[in-house]
Design a protein around this ligand. Sequence first.
Ligand code: GCO
Ligand code: MN
Ligand code: MN
Length: 386
Amino acid sequence: MYTAKPENKFTFGLWTVSNVGRDPFGEPTRKPITPVEAVHMMAEVGAYGVNFHDNDLIPINATTGERNRIIADFKKALNDTGLVVPMATTNLFSDPAFRDGAFTSNDPKVRAYALQKTMNAIDLGVELGAKIYVFWGGREGVETDSGKSALSAGKWFRDSLNYLTEYVLDQGYDLKFALEPKPNEPRGDIYLPTVGAMLGFIETLDHPEMVGLNPEVAHDTMAGLNFMHAVAQAWDAGKLFHIDLNDQSPGRYDQDFRFGAYNIKNAFFLVKLLEDVGYDGPRHFDAHAYRSSNYDDVKAFAAGCIRTYLILKEKAAQFNADPEIQALLAEITADDGSMAPFQGKYSPENAAALRAVEFNRQALGERGQPYERLDQLVVELLLGAR
Ligand code: GCO
Ligand code: MN
Ligand code: MN
Protein backbone atom coordinates (compact mmCIF):
# COMPACT_ATOMS: atom_id res chain seq x y z
CA MET A 1 0.00 0.00 0.00
CA TYR A 2 2.87 2.38 0.75
CA THR A 3 4.88 1.56 -2.33
CA ALA A 4 7.12 4.20 -3.89
CA LYS A 5 6.21 5.41 -7.38
CA PRO A 6 8.68 7.06 -9.79
CA GLU A 7 6.82 10.38 -9.47
CA ASN A 8 7.66 10.44 -5.73
CA LYS A 9 11.31 10.83 -6.79
CA PHE A 10 12.71 9.19 -3.65
CA THR A 11 16.49 9.24 -3.73
CA PHE A 12 19.36 8.33 -1.42
CA GLY A 13 22.96 9.47 -1.37
CA LEU A 14 25.57 6.75 -1.92
CA TRP A 15 26.99 7.91 1.39
CA THR A 16 23.74 7.27 3.28
CA VAL A 17 23.08 3.53 3.00
CA SER A 18 26.85 2.95 2.73
CA ASN A 19 27.54 4.75 6.02
CA VAL A 20 29.76 2.42 8.05
CA GLY A 21 28.83 3.76 11.47
CA ARG A 22 32.03 5.63 12.28
CA ASP A 23 31.66 8.48 14.77
CA PRO A 24 34.12 10.76 16.63
CA PHE A 25 34.32 8.18 19.43
CA GLY A 26 34.30 4.91 17.58
CA GLU A 27 35.48 2.89 14.63
CA PRO A 28 33.14 1.60 11.90
CA THR A 29 30.55 -0.93 12.98
CA ARG A 30 29.75 -2.09 9.43
CA LYS A 31 31.98 -3.33 6.62
CA PRO A 32 32.09 -1.04 3.57
CA ILE A 33 29.77 -1.89 0.68
CA THR A 34 30.45 -1.00 -2.95
CA PRO A 35 28.49 1.65 -4.88
CA VAL A 36 27.01 -1.18 -6.94
CA GLU A 37 25.76 -2.96 -3.79
CA ALA A 38 24.35 0.33 -2.48
CA VAL A 39 22.44 0.93 -5.73
CA HIS A 40 20.92 -2.53 -5.53
CA MET A 41 19.85 -1.98 -1.92
CA MET A 42 18.21 1.33 -2.88
CA ALA A 43 16.41 -0.34 -5.77
CA GLU A 44 15.09 -3.07 -3.46
CA VAL A 45 13.37 -0.48 -1.24
CA GLY A 46 11.84 1.34 -4.22
CA ALA A 47 14.16 4.32 -4.69
CA TYR A 48 14.00 6.29 -7.91
CA GLY A 49 17.53 7.64 -7.87
CA VAL A 50 20.98 7.78 -6.32
CA ASN A 51 23.16 10.82 -5.63
CA PHE A 52 26.88 10.90 -4.90
CA HIS A 53 29.92 12.94 -4.00
CA ASP A 54 32.76 12.50 -6.51
CA ASN A 55 34.73 10.46 -3.96
CA ASP A 56 31.79 8.25 -2.88
CA LEU A 57 32.07 6.79 -6.32
CA ILE A 58 35.71 7.30 -7.25
CA PRO A 59 38.31 7.27 -4.47
CA ILE A 60 40.41 10.43 -4.43
CA ASN A 61 43.57 8.46 -5.31
CA ALA A 62 42.05 6.29 -8.07
CA THR A 63 44.03 5.78 -11.28
CA THR A 64 42.39 6.46 -14.65
CA GLY A 65 41.99 2.72 -15.18
CA GLU A 66 40.26 2.27 -11.82
CA ARG A 67 38.07 5.29 -12.53
CA ASN A 68 36.90 3.91 -15.86
CA ARG A 69 36.16 0.50 -14.38
CA ILE A 70 34.17 2.01 -11.47
CA ILE A 71 32.11 4.19 -13.81
CA ALA A 72 31.36 1.25 -16.11
CA ASP A 73 30.24 -0.91 -13.15
CA PHE A 74 28.12 1.92 -11.77
CA LYS A 75 26.45 2.56 -15.13
CA LYS A 76 25.67 -1.14 -15.38
CA ALA A 77 24.10 -1.09 -11.90
CA LEU A 78 21.96 1.91 -12.94
CA ASN A 79 20.95 0.10 -16.07
CA ASP A 80 20.14 -3.15 -14.24
CA THR A 81 18.02 -1.40 -11.59
CA GLY A 82 16.52 1.52 -13.55
CA LEU A 83 17.82 4.02 -10.99
CA VAL A 84 18.78 7.50 -12.24
CA VAL A 85 21.26 10.10 -10.91
CA PRO A 86 19.32 13.34 -10.33
CA MET A 87 21.99 15.07 -8.21
CA ALA A 88 25.74 15.09 -7.71
CA THR A 89 28.09 16.98 -5.44
CA THR A 90 31.74 17.39 -4.48
CA ASN A 91 33.51 16.17 -1.39
CA LEU A 92 35.23 19.38 -0.27
CA PHE A 93 35.57 18.38 3.37
CA SER A 94 37.18 14.94 3.94
CA ASP A 95 40.71 15.53 2.71
CA PRO A 96 43.06 17.33 5.13
CA ALA A 97 43.67 19.91 2.37
CA PHE A 98 40.18 21.19 3.18
CA ARG A 99 40.68 21.38 6.95
CA ASP A 100 40.11 25.17 6.84
CA GLY A 101 37.42 25.12 4.17
CA ALA A 102 37.50 24.90 0.39
CA PHE A 103 36.17 28.00 -1.39
CA THR A 104 36.67 29.99 1.82
CA SER A 105 40.08 28.64 2.82
CA ASN A 106 42.61 31.32 3.63
CA ASP A 107 45.01 29.49 1.28
CA PRO A 108 44.56 30.57 -2.38
CA LYS A 109 45.97 27.21 -3.55
CA VAL A 110 43.25 25.36 -1.64
CA ARG A 111 40.60 27.66 -3.14
CA ALA A 112 41.93 26.98 -6.64
CA TYR A 113 42.15 23.22 -5.97
CA ALA A 114 38.52 23.32 -4.79
CA LEU A 115 37.50 24.92 -8.10
CA GLN A 116 39.44 22.34 -10.09
CA LYS A 117 38.02 19.43 -8.06
CA THR A 118 34.48 20.80 -8.47
CA MET A 119 34.80 21.24 -12.26
CA ASN A 120 35.93 17.59 -12.51
CA ALA A 121 33.09 16.46 -10.25
CA ILE A 122 30.56 18.46 -12.27
CA ASP A 123 31.77 16.68 -15.42
CA LEU A 124 31.33 13.32 -13.69
CA GLY A 125 27.86 14.22 -12.40
CA VAL A 126 26.70 15.42 -15.80
CA GLU A 127 28.12 12.31 -17.49
CA LEU A 128 25.89 10.22 -15.21
CA GLY A 129 22.80 12.36 -15.81
CA ALA A 130 22.71 14.82 -12.91
CA LYS A 131 20.63 17.96 -13.42
CA ILE A 132 21.16 19.37 -9.92
CA TYR A 133 24.52 20.10 -8.35
CA VAL A 134 24.62 20.52 -4.57
CA PHE A 135 27.02 22.74 -2.66
CA TRP A 136 27.20 21.90 1.01
CA GLY A 137 29.82 24.11 2.63
CA GLY A 138 31.15 21.30 4.79
CA ARG A 139 34.07 23.15 6.32
CA GLU A 140 33.34 26.67 5.00
CA GLY A 141 33.56 28.24 8.43
CA VAL A 142 35.69 28.81 11.50
CA GLU A 143 36.30 27.85 15.09
CA THR A 144 37.79 31.27 15.74
CA ASP A 145 37.15 34.57 13.97
CA SER A 146 40.65 35.74 14.86
CA GLY A 147 42.21 34.28 11.70
CA LYS A 148 39.68 34.66 8.90
CA SER A 149 37.73 37.61 7.60
CA ALA A 150 34.02 36.86 7.26
CA LEU A 151 33.88 39.48 4.51
CA SER A 152 36.72 37.89 2.52
CA ALA A 153 35.20 34.45 3.00
CA GLY A 154 31.86 35.68 1.62
CA LYS A 155 33.60 37.26 -1.35
CA TRP A 156 35.65 34.12 -2.09
CA PHE A 157 32.54 31.95 -1.91
CA ARG A 158 30.72 34.30 -4.30
CA ASP A 159 33.67 34.39 -6.71
CA SER A 160 33.80 30.58 -6.72
CA LEU A 161 30.10 30.16 -7.49
CA ASN A 162 30.30 32.80 -10.22
CA TYR A 163 33.28 30.98 -11.73
CA LEU A 164 31.45 27.65 -11.65
CA THR A 165 28.18 28.93 -13.11
CA GLU A 166 30.23 30.36 -16.00
CA TYR A 167 31.94 26.97 -16.36
CA VAL A 168 28.54 25.23 -16.59
CA LEU A 169 27.31 27.75 -19.18
CA ASP A 170 30.53 27.46 -21.17
CA GLN A 171 30.17 23.65 -21.31
CA GLY A 172 26.52 23.95 -22.32
CA TYR A 173 25.45 21.76 -19.37
CA ASP A 174 21.81 21.63 -18.26
CA LEU A 175 22.64 21.96 -14.57
CA LYS A 176 21.31 24.02 -11.65
CA PHE A 177 23.11 24.63 -8.38
CA ALA A 178 21.47 24.00 -4.99
CA LEU A 179 23.16 25.52 -1.92
CA GLU A 180 22.77 23.61 1.34
CA PRO A 181 22.98 25.71 4.52
CA LYS A 182 24.06 24.19 7.84
CA PRO A 183 24.72 26.22 11.02
CA ASN A 184 27.51 24.18 12.59
CA GLU A 185 29.25 20.81 12.62
CA PRO A 186 31.90 20.02 11.56
CA ARG A 187 33.00 23.67 12.02
CA GLY A 188 32.11 25.70 15.07
CA ASP A 189 30.38 28.26 12.86
CA ILE A 190 29.64 27.65 9.18
CA TYR A 191 29.12 30.67 6.92
CA LEU A 192 25.65 31.31 5.45
CA PRO A 193 24.05 29.11 8.12
CA THR A 194 20.35 29.31 7.24
CA VAL A 195 17.98 29.18 4.29
CA GLY A 196 17.32 32.91 4.64
CA ALA A 197 21.06 33.70 4.60
CA MET A 198 21.50 31.65 1.41
CA LEU A 199 18.49 33.28 -0.27
CA GLY A 200 19.97 36.70 0.36
CA PHE A 201 23.39 35.60 -0.85
CA ILE A 202 22.04 34.09 -4.10
CA GLU A 203 20.76 37.49 -5.20
CA THR A 204 24.35 38.81 -5.09
CA LEU A 205 25.57 36.23 -7.66
CA ASP A 206 26.13 36.80 -11.38
CA HIS A 207 23.60 34.10 -12.34
CA PRO A 208 21.04 33.97 -9.53
CA GLU A 209 18.58 32.17 -11.82
CA MET A 210 20.88 29.13 -11.88
CA VAL A 211 21.18 28.89 -8.11
CA GLY A 212 18.66 27.71 -5.52
CA LEU A 213 18.46 25.83 -2.24
CA ASN A 214 18.88 22.33 -0.87
CA PRO A 215 17.50 22.73 2.66
CA GLU A 216 17.91 19.87 5.16
CA VAL A 217 15.62 18.97 8.07
CA ALA A 218 18.49 18.31 10.51
CA HIS A 219 20.31 21.55 9.76
CA ASP A 220 17.56 24.02 10.65
CA THR A 221 16.44 21.78 13.50
CA MET A 222 19.97 21.80 15.01
CA ALA A 223 19.65 25.60 15.15
CA GLY A 224 16.27 25.34 16.88
CA LEU A 225 14.43 26.71 13.83
CA ASN A 226 11.17 25.65 12.21
CA PHE A 227 12.31 23.79 9.10
CA MET A 228 8.93 23.80 7.35
CA HIS A 229 8.85 27.61 7.54
CA ALA A 230 12.28 27.78 5.88
CA VAL A 231 11.15 25.41 3.12
CA ALA A 232 8.04 27.54 2.57
CA GLN A 233 10.22 30.62 2.17
CA ALA A 234 12.49 28.84 -0.33
CA TRP A 235 9.44 27.61 -2.25
CA ASP A 236 7.90 31.09 -2.29
CA ALA A 237 11.14 32.48 -3.71
CA GLY A 238 11.12 29.83 -6.48
CA LYS A 239 14.33 28.40 -5.02
CA LEU A 240 13.38 24.96 -3.72
CA PHE A 241 15.58 23.00 -6.15
CA HIS A 242 16.18 19.95 -3.94
CA ILE A 243 15.52 18.81 -0.36
CA ASP A 244 17.41 16.67 2.18
CA LEU A 245 15.03 14.69 4.37
CA ASN A 246 16.09 13.15 7.69
CA ASP A 247 15.36 13.85 11.35
CA GLN A 248 17.12 15.44 14.29
CA SER A 249 16.57 16.23 17.93
CA PRO A 250 17.29 19.95 18.54
CA GLY A 251 20.36 20.65 20.62
CA ARG A 252 22.01 17.28 19.98
CA TYR A 253 24.91 16.29 17.74
CA ASP A 254 24.32 15.98 13.97
CA GLN A 255 22.13 12.87 14.03
CA ASP A 256 20.84 12.33 10.46
CA PHE A 257 18.07 10.05 11.72
CA ARG A 258 15.61 8.14 9.53
CA PHE A 259 12.95 10.51 8.15
CA GLY A 260 10.24 11.00 10.78
CA ALA A 261 12.17 9.07 13.45
CA TYR A 262 12.19 11.90 15.96
CA ASN A 263 9.41 14.43 15.35
CA ILE A 264 6.46 12.97 13.46
CA LYS A 265 4.38 16.13 13.74
CA ASN A 266 7.06 18.33 12.14
CA ALA A 267 7.61 15.69 9.45
CA PHE A 268 3.86 15.70 8.80
CA PHE A 269 3.67 19.47 8.28
CA LEU A 270 6.71 19.30 6.00
CA VAL A 271 5.25 16.52 3.83
CA LYS A 272 1.93 18.37 3.76
CA LEU A 273 3.64 21.52 2.50
CA LEU A 274 5.61 19.67 -0.20
CA GLU A 275 2.52 17.80 -1.39
CA ASP A 276 0.14 20.78 -1.17
CA VAL A 277 2.36 23.05 -3.26
CA GLY A 278 3.17 20.29 -5.75
CA TYR A 279 6.95 20.18 -5.24
CA ASP A 280 8.20 17.87 -8.00
CA GLY A 281 11.94 17.77 -7.33
CA PRO A 282 13.79 14.85 -5.77
CA ARG A 283 12.86 13.82 -2.24
CA HIS A 284 16.32 12.94 -1.08
CA PHE A 285 16.92 11.03 2.16
CA ASP A 286 20.20 12.34 3.56
CA ALA A 287 20.15 10.12 6.61
CA HIS A 288 21.89 7.07 7.96
CA ALA A 289 20.99 4.08 10.07
CA TYR A 290 21.88 3.83 13.75
CA ARG A 291 25.43 2.75 14.44
CA SER A 292 24.01 -0.42 15.99
CA SER A 293 22.42 -1.57 12.71
CA ASN A 294 23.69 -4.36 10.47
CA TYR A 295 22.92 -4.17 6.74
CA ASP A 296 19.56 -5.92 7.15
CA ASP A 297 18.63 -3.14 9.50
CA VAL A 298 20.11 -0.49 7.15
CA LYS A 299 17.69 -1.77 4.54
CA ALA A 300 14.84 -1.47 7.05
CA PHE A 301 16.03 2.08 7.74
CA ALA A 302 15.90 3.00 4.03
CA ALA A 303 12.51 1.36 3.54
CA GLY A 304 11.31 3.20 6.66
CA CYS A 305 12.23 6.63 5.25
CA ILE A 306 10.09 5.96 2.17
CA ARG A 307 7.23 4.35 4.07
CA THR A 308 6.98 7.18 6.61
CA TYR A 309 6.93 9.78 3.84
CA LEU A 310 4.12 7.94 2.04
CA ILE A 311 2.11 7.43 5.24
CA LEU A 312 2.42 11.14 6.03
CA LYS A 313 1.42 11.99 2.47
CA GLU A 314 -1.73 9.96 3.00
CA LYS A 315 -2.31 11.72 6.33
CA ALA A 316 -1.97 15.10 4.57
CA ALA A 317 -4.66 14.10 2.08
CA GLN A 318 -6.82 12.96 5.01
CA PHE A 319 -6.27 16.36 6.71
CA ASN A 320 -7.38 18.15 3.54
CA ALA A 321 -10.51 15.98 3.24
CA ASP A 322 -11.54 15.86 6.92
CA PRO A 323 -14.81 17.83 7.29
CA GLU A 324 -14.29 18.64 10.98
CA ILE A 325 -10.73 19.86 10.40
CA GLN A 326 -11.76 21.89 7.38
CA ALA A 327 -14.72 23.42 9.25
CA LEU A 328 -12.39 24.55 12.05
CA LEU A 329 -9.95 25.99 9.51
CA ALA A 330 -12.81 27.83 7.79
CA GLU A 331 -13.86 29.26 11.16
CA ILE A 332 -10.30 30.35 11.99
CA THR A 333 -9.75 32.04 8.61
CA ALA A 334 -13.32 33.34 8.11
CA ASP A 335 -13.49 36.61 6.17
CA ASP A 336 -16.70 38.65 5.72
CA GLY A 337 -15.07 40.58 2.87
CA SER A 338 -15.39 43.95 4.57
CA MET A 339 -11.62 44.50 4.65
CA ALA A 340 -11.06 43.71 0.97
CA PRO A 341 -10.67 47.40 -0.02
CA PHE A 342 -7.60 47.67 2.24
CA GLN A 343 -5.87 44.42 1.38
CA GLY A 344 -4.49 45.25 -2.02
CA LYS A 345 -1.96 47.79 -3.10
CA TYR A 346 -1.57 51.09 -1.28
CA SER A 347 -3.29 54.18 -2.68
CA PRO A 348 -3.80 57.55 -0.99
CA GLU A 349 -7.59 56.98 -1.30
CA ASN A 350 -7.71 53.55 0.31
CA ALA A 351 -5.31 54.73 3.03
CA ALA A 352 -7.67 57.62 3.79
CA ALA A 353 -10.61 55.19 3.83
CA LEU A 354 -8.69 52.82 6.14
CA ARG A 355 -8.00 55.66 8.58
CA ALA A 356 -11.75 56.32 8.75
CA VAL A 357 -12.67 52.75 9.75
CA GLU A 358 -13.65 52.33 13.39
CA PHE A 359 -12.30 49.00 14.69
CA ASN A 360 -13.87 47.22 17.65
CA ARG A 361 -10.60 46.30 19.33
CA GLN A 362 -12.29 44.41 22.13
CA ALA A 363 -14.17 42.20 19.66
CA LEU A 364 -10.92 41.57 17.75
CA GLY A 365 -9.30 40.36 20.95
CA GLU A 366 -12.23 38.09 21.79
CA ARG A 367 -12.85 36.30 18.49
CA GLY A 368 -12.65 32.54 18.93
CA GLN A 369 -9.56 30.78 17.59
CA PRO A 370 -9.98 27.06 18.28
CA TYR A 371 -6.35 26.06 17.68
CA GLU A 372 -6.50 23.61 20.59
CA ARG A 373 -9.41 21.72 19.09
CA LEU A 374 -7.78 21.74 15.68
CA ASP A 375 -4.38 20.64 16.92
CA GLN A 376 -5.91 17.80 18.94
CA LEU A 377 -7.61 16.60 15.74
CA VAL A 378 -4.20 16.67 14.00
CA VAL A 379 -2.68 14.66 16.86
CA GLU A 380 -5.51 12.12 16.68
CA LEU A 381 -5.13 11.91 12.91
CA LEU A 382 -1.41 11.20 13.30
CA LEU A 383 -2.03 8.67 16.07
CA GLY A 384 -4.50 6.81 13.86
CA ALA A 385 -7.50 7.64 16.04
CA ARG A 386 -9.41 9.33 13.21
C1 GCO B 1 25.98 16.88 6.25
C2 GCO B 1 25.38 17.27 4.94
C3 GCO B 1 25.86 16.43 3.80
C4 GCO B 1 25.50 17.01 2.45
C5 GCO B 1 26.18 16.25 1.36
C6 GCO B 1 25.73 16.68 0.00
O1 GCO B 1 25.45 17.32 7.27
O2 GCO B 1 26.97 16.16 6.28
O3 GCO B 1 23.99 17.20 5.05
O4 GCO B 1 25.37 15.12 3.94
O5 GCO B 1 24.12 16.97 2.24
O6 GCO B 1 27.54 16.46 1.51
O7 GCO B 1 26.28 17.84 -0.32
MN1 MN C 1 23.37 17.10 7.17
MN1 MN D 1 22.53 17.14 3.52
